[in-house]
Design a protein. Sequence first.
Length: 166
Amino acid sequence: MNAFTRLLFAGLAFAGGIVPANQAQTLGVYDSRAIAIAYAGSPRHEALIERTRQAYAQAKAAGDPAEARRLEQSMRDLQRQLHRQAFAKAPVDDLLVLIDAQLPDIMAAADVDLLVSQWDARTLAAYPEQPRVDVTWPLVEAFEPTPRQRQYVQDLLPAKPNSQPE
């Protein structure tokens, strides 16, 4: 079970009433690549880019090349991570945390007890008999995607993920 699933259920169990992960009855399965595509270009992603651009400009104006290099590297690292998430099977736990307030409603609407990436073979194998419900689109919609992003997701879903992104 990945860290996000444990964190999610620890938080939801604390909030009360959600079935613990080891007693899950129905799995909400999603394509993690779609989540990454929905995030890239979303208002949250654009705000992060703008904050970083402003911080970079301030570092340059203040004559702080070390901070400017750190910000450049952080954006390169983010780009590489998003590429792995969007085109391979990298987990999107860091992105799902951004919509954590919406997850209980999404899960309730789909009547699922546990969210699992369709690429998380270990967790899926732990629940071989439980029914599975595809919650990809409700999770995508939580990121408020543009029509263009929705089309990218639609185009991506039938494709196989890359095995070695970079």
